[in-house]
Design a protein around this ligand. Structure first.
Ligand code: BES
Ligand code: MG
Ligand code: ZN
Length: 490
């Protein structure tokens, strides 16, 4: 969708469709909130039926005046960036139903909210809700919905054009992230994702190295290779680098789980759990598009994205429960369960990142445990960290973007549960509980003393139904969260 900024005052035409935001108040208050040129709305309509409640959206196609979409924002004092995103999403979804392809949005002036934040939140809500994955639909309006092609934002914000440009970049990359995740495992396989990563090298200051199976063997990434054994498709290890601050050596590293299909392996997943496992590379996709966004925004930071990529499949040569493999850093790992594969490929990627890239801090992001979905549902991601400051950076980014996270503890005693009779550690816990924490504790073994955080997006990466500006299936969770953290990282 094409987003442009314009002045608040404008000669609106009869065929325009204009989105107006109105607070929850009485009919008189609503009339007063209407921008002057839309006073006809208050005269032609009985606004006592419109309450201005959050998520209230109505469409009035006047025959002789610009059509209006009224969006409730809820009570003036309760409005924040997230509530604006949600109200705006309502307008975009309505446009999809009514086949409206172009809109003009009157960005309101809200007391206590920075006009730039108001503009970016509304634009973001519209861009993020304006998404349909219809690549495989031979009839494009099969879902009875269309996409907006253009939105003009009438805003009094001083730097409106720059604000919109940034929002357009982050939103577009979130939608591209969803596309890569929603794409089939047939296409979004290790090489498919590596191809996407290589394409980023055309951006200024971005370089990309893709390690193939032979090189991964030479580097002795025994865990990534173990998971890959059942698959006909070779693994890849992608290392993206963005050097936005060439004078500095300091890097922020993102590491993303890239299981392109998780069958569970010999510990095969049952029906009801296996169907959506093409989305098990959502962490890799989020890391990739966060780095792409940073490069397109020309952030003056140095960033790595490390993506271990493979399928977890079954064959006569699959890795088995009871096998032992040696990680990149020499740690021997007993396979307690072949379905706990994400932590194995991440272990090698994390050890590689620590040893070869030496970043100042590492954040890994992964659809790691079903337990995370059980604990938090689809609304919040669980995270663990060894560094309070990094935790605060991530929590502030979560609050700003609406990609919510909640911290889980790391205590020494948890480590006992990973003891193995025959190897240094086991990839599953000897107790069945605390699954998300145990996944994180396993990973912690491979980051040594680095500042590190692990974000489990098993619940948030994929929605079982549409909610606000996030559609059913891939949500793109993590792109905006990680980017915001990178922006604020010092
Ligand atoms: N990819 C799954 C986790 C997952 C589950 C993501 C549901 C999204 C939705 C992961 O590889 C997995 O299978 N984890 C196991 C770990 C267990 C064997 C310790 C799990 O959660 O059951
Ligand atoms: Mg698994
Ligand atoms: Zn998995």
């Amino acid at each position: 969708m094409n987003c442009t900024a314009a002045k608040p005052s404008h000669a609106f035409k009869k065929k325009d469709v204009v989105v107006l935001f109105l607070p929850e108040t009485d009919a008189r208050g609503l009339k007063m909130s209407l921008p002057g040129e839309f006073s006809y709305v208050g005269r032609k309509l009985d606004l006592s039926y419109f309450k201005g409640k959050k998520s209230e959206v109505v469409f009035f196609p006047f025959a002789d005046r610009p059509a209006v979409i009224l969006c409730g924002t809820g009570k003036a004092g309760d409005i924040d960036a997230e509530s604006l995103r949600r109200s705006a999403a309502g307008a975009a979804l309505l446009c999809g139903e009514k086949s409206i392809s172009r809109i003009r949005v009157m960005v309101p002036d809200i007391k206590g909210i920075d006009p730039a934040v108001c503009l970016s939140s509304i634009a973001e809500g519209i861009c993020l809700a304006n998404y349909i994955f219809d690549r495989y639909k031979t009839s494009k309006n099969d879902n009875g919905r269309s996409r907006l092609s253009a939105a003009v934002f009438h805003s009094a914000a001083r730097n409106a054009a720059a604000v919109l440009k940034k929002t357009a970049i982050t939103s577009r990359n979130t939608l591209l992230c969803r596309d890569l995740i929603n794409e089939t495992s047939e296409k979004s396989d290790a090489e498919g994702i590596a191809r996407e990563a290589r394409a980023l090298a055309k951006l200024p200051r971005v370089s990309c190295t893709v390690y193939g199976k032979k090189e991964i063997e030479k580097m002795k990434m025994g865990l990534l290779l173990a998971v890959n054994r059942g698959s006909k498709r070779p693994p890849r290890l992608v290392v993206l680098s963005y050097r936005g601050d060439p004078r500095s050596k300091k890097h922020f590293a993102l590491v993303g789980k890239g299981i392109t299909f998780d069958s569970g392996g010999i510990n095969l997943k049952p029906s009801g759990h296996i169907e959506d496992m093409r989305t098990d590379m959502a962490g890799a996709a989020a890391a990739l598009y966060a780095l792409k966004s940073a490069a397109e925004l020309k952030l003056n930071k140095n960033i790595y994205a490390v993506l271990p990529l493979t399928e977890n499949m079954l064959s006569s040569d699959s890795y088995r429960p009871g096998d032992v493999f040696t990680a990149y850093d020499g740690t021997t790992v007993e396979i307690g369960n072949t379905d706990a594969e994400g932590r194995l490929i991440l272990a090698d990627a994390l050890a590689f990142t620590v040893k070869r890239l030496r970043p100042a801090c590492i954040v890994d992001i992964a659809t790691l445990t079903g337990a995370c979905l059980v604990t938090f549902g689809e609304l919040v991601a669980g995270y663990l960290t060894t560094d309070d400051e990094l935790g605060r950076l991530l929590e502030d980014a979560a609050a700003a973007t609406g990609d919510l996270i909640w911290r889980l503890p790391i205590f020494k005693d948890y480590e006992d549960n990973l003891k193995s009779d025959i190897a240094d550690i086991c990839n599953i816990s000897s107790e069945k509980n605390a699954g998300t924490i145990m996944g994180g504790i396993f990973l912690k073994n491979f980051v040594k003393n680095s500042k590190w955080a692990h974000i489990d997006i098993a619940g948030t990466a994929r929605y079982s139904k549409q909610r606000g500006y996030r559609p059913k299936n891939a949500t793109g969770f993590g792109v905006r969260l990680l980017l915001e953290a990178l922006i604020n990282w010092k």
